[in-house]
Design a binder for this molecule. Structure first.
Ligand code: COD
Length: 303
């Protein structure tokens, strides 16, 4: 089980370098990360975007452009599509979002002809390292599916279980989060959580140990759960949490990053090749961690 980002990067280095297609490369934070990943031996980059601007960014950062392949495309939507196409045509192994909005790259990834869709629902996972938690904590979905229904949550759950397998966690422990532990007919999140737990019990979702509804305190702390008289196989040992909708997930991750100094990474799940979906505000090292996770996913065939 890989418990830290250092372990993730170390393991990913064993499989590198992979071919990374960068959608809209002309930004310092993007190129700093790609160059760092290249120097680590994780990737060789194909830079899709405004070539002139990307070269001037490289010069400013003292990056040797001879180490890169360039595809000139000034328009961001077209650059996103060209970067995605490189991956779908197997000319690159993984895709990274550069300097463009999330929705724009997601639309290219979802494109029926050139995209990276599978039969699966695509979902997003934030992976967080917290100082006071003994493992990586994955949270889904705070960035792609806006208000998933039960059927979609079941697929988001299966996606995250398989993602955890690529972190070498044999039977990941997943908490389905809600505001309370009891099923409350007025709180849809608790009904969905109970159904998901039952679906796991019946073998409709496989590969992990799942419990819910659980409030976050009882998911993350065994002590808090026991104090409330809750016996759960996942309490205090959760590898991943599934949140009810995009807002709670997005606020959850950003609160931990900005108030608790959590180190974040982000990837898309359910695609046929890994997609590294980082925020523009993420640091270069955070982007490198996401690239390393993408490489592990490609090895485990779940992205
Ligand atoms: N998985 C698989 N297929 C999907 C998914 C999905 N998650 N979402 C849509 N599709 C398919 C649909 O079945 C359809 O065939 C096609 O894609 C288009 O569907 P629409 O019209 O519902 O999708 P879009 O293009 O309008 O929107 C899809 C987005 C992912 C862009 C949209 O859901 C979105 O904006 N999500 C939030 C992104 C965001 O702003 N995140 C904040 C990040 S910090």
């Amino acid at each position: 089980m890989l418990k830290t980002f250092d372990e993730v990067i170390e393991r990913a280095c064993q499989y590198g370098p992979k071919r990374l297609s960068v959608a809209v490369s002309q930004a310092e934070d993007v190129m700093t990360a790609v160059e760092k990943a290249r120097q680590e031996g994780l990737v060789n980059g194909i830079l899709v975007g405004d070539k002139e601007e990307t070269i001037s960014v490289c010069k400013k950062l003292n990056i040797d452009t001879k180490n890169y392949e360039f595809i000139n495309q000034k328009d961001k939507t077209e650059a996103a599509r060209a970067a995605v196409k490189l991956v779908s045509e197997k000319k690159a192994d993984l895709l990274m979002k550069g300097m463009l909005g999330t929705a724009r790259i997601l639309k290219a990834v979802l494109d029926k002809e050139i995209g990276l869709r599978t039969q699966r629902l695509l979902s997003h996972a934030y992976i967080l390292k917290l100082k006071n938690y003994d493992r990586l904590l994955t949270m889904t979905d705070g960035a792609m599916n806006i208000a998933p229904n039960l059927e979609q949550k079941a697929q988001i759950l299966q996606n995250v279980i398989e993602f955890c397998h690529s972190l070498e966690i044999k039977e990941p422990k997943i908490a389905i989060l809600a505001a309370v532990e009891l099923v409350n007919p007025n709180m849809q999140a608790t009904i969905d959580a109970a159904c998901l737990s039952k679906m796991v019990e019946r073998g409709q979702i496989t590969g992990g140990i799942v419990d819910g509804p659980l409030a976050f305190d009882n998911a993350i702390s065994k002590k808090a759960a026991l104090h409330k008289g809750i016996q759960s196989q996942v309490s205090g040992e959760v590898d991943a949490v599934l949140v009810p909708e995009i807002e709670s997930g997005n606020i959850f991750a950003k609160s931990l990053v900005y108030l608790a100094n959590a180190e974040p990474a982000g990837v898309l799940l359910g695609t046929n090749s890994p997609v590294v979906l980082v925020s523009r505000s993420d640091t270069a090292i955070s982007k490198v961690r996401s690239i390393a996770l993408g490489i592990l996913m490609s090895i485990h065939n779940n992205g």
